[in-house]
Design a protein around this ligand. Structure first.
Ligand SMILES: Cc1ncc(COP(=O)(O)O)c(C=O)c1O
Length: 375
């Protein structure tokens, strides 16, 4: 039985309330989005104007699914279901798997969607903590202690939001081996994959285990959140099952988005887009790092390995939600309180915007925290 009793998604509520009101938004976890103009050449501009605004193939057009499958080793279009954002992808997986009495082991801190959905489906989310003093790593021993025959799902986020940690292939294998012993599914949200600050692309959980499911999309590493394109990668029978759940949510994505996403994921464009993301991260991180170092009496941080966010601990005895709301009201700057990741005492600061906005916002955030300190 599905309960669907709403559990407020505090991060999304907070951002929805403030992000279009404030002058400086550092709550965004992706890089500065593209303009449509930057993606379309002359031929594509004509093509898009001549497209019928009909329904697209409801699991995603064949060419888009083929392009998505190329992001994964030994995958084909039958392994892909296109969704409206990775948030719909996560929703469909949770809805199709979780029932009353089930447990979902959920990596924390994390984007809290699966946490809330597990409760809404009548299940119980169980925390798997990443700890800053251990380098935000996955503790396989903790998973072994907490997993049981009630564990329907183990939910990971790699690269992790909000810490920017990356988990390697051996760790993912370790998680899947534990899951296999209990017949549990592993869902890995990989929407930040491709947004690494340095080094290789984050490994995917795809292909490691029969019951491993990947959710992802174009919102973060690709800088295209307004397209609302996400996807699920799984074994073909799982995809077919999830497709029938998709019939009840949004049927299909928009025809325009399918077209633009397809273009963005063509091999050449894809590399150009991901290089731009990495350039933005490499350019902006030193700005935030310098700012942290200049405020080291207040903030402690671990350098993120991926994603346009940093999760920093602050040295003040004030609740993080109070801080973020006061900052938005008084300085018109939006950051995310650690409360939204069940970790009060931290704030998440996004650094993927343009340099001018980032620098101006950080001056304001610095002034604000100093005033809280009573300086
Ligand atoms: C880990 C994670 N998954 C999913 C989402 C939702 O993204 P989308 O725009 O693809 O629905 C977010 C948004 O911040 C996120 O951080």
């Amino acid at each position: 039985m599905v309960y669907l009793k709403l559990e407020t998604f505090h991060l999304e509520r907070f951002q929805s309330k403030w992000e279009h009101i404030v002058n400086y938004n550092l709550a965004e976890s992706g890089v500065q989005p593209f303009k449509l103009e930057e993606l379309l050449g002359d031929r594509e501009k004509i093509e898009i104007m001549n497209r019928f605004l009909g329904y697209v193939q409801t699991n995603g057009s064949n060419s888009l699914r083929a392009n998505i499958s190329e992001l994964y080793q030994d995958a084909c279009e039958e392994n892909v279901l296109v969704t409206n954002g990775s948030s719909e992808a996560n929703f469909l997986v949770a809805w199709s798997l979780l029932e009353k009495g089930d447990e979902a082991l959920v990596m924390l801190p994390n984007y809290m969607q699966i946490w809330g959905l597990a409760k809404m489906m009548g299940g119980t989310p169980v925390p798997l903590w990443l700890r800053e003093n251990e380098g935000w790593r996955i503790d396989l021993e903790e998973i072994k202690e907490k997993v049981s025959h009630k564990t329907k799902l183990i939910a990971l986020c790699n690269p992790n939001n909000p810490t920017g940690a990356i988990f390697d292939q051996a760790t993912l294998r370790g998680v899947c081996e534990i899951a296999e012993d209990f017949g549990s599914w592993v869902l890995c949200d990989e929407v930040y994959r491709g947004a690494e600050l340095e080094g290789n692309k984050t490994p995917s959980v795809w292909g490691i285990y029969e019951r491993a499911i990947t959710s992802s999309g174009l919102s973060k590493a690709y800088g295209l959140p307004g397209l609302r394109i996400g996807w699920i990668m799984a074994q073909e029978d799982v995809i077919n099952r999830l497709w029938s759940y998709h019939d009840y949510t949004t049927i299909c994505t928009s025809a325009m988005s399918d077209y633009v996403a397809n273009l963005a994921l063509e091999a050449e464009n894809r590399e150009r887009i991901l290089s731009r993301t990495r350039r933005i991260l490499a350019r902006n991180w030193p700005i935030l790092e310098r700012w942290f170092d200049n405020h080291s009496e207040i903030f402690r941080y671990t350098k993120p390995k991926a994603g346009a966010v940093s999760f920093a601990r602050y040295n003040l005895d004030i609740n993080s939600t109070l801080i973020a709301e006061k900052l938005a009201r008084e300085k018109s700057v939006l950051i995310v309180p650690g409360d939204h990741f069940l970790m009060d005492g931290y704030v998440r600061i996004g650094y993927g915007s343009n340099v001018e906005l980032l620098e101006k916002s950080l001056v304001l955030v610095g002034e604000f925290f100093k005033s809280l300190q009573g300086k």
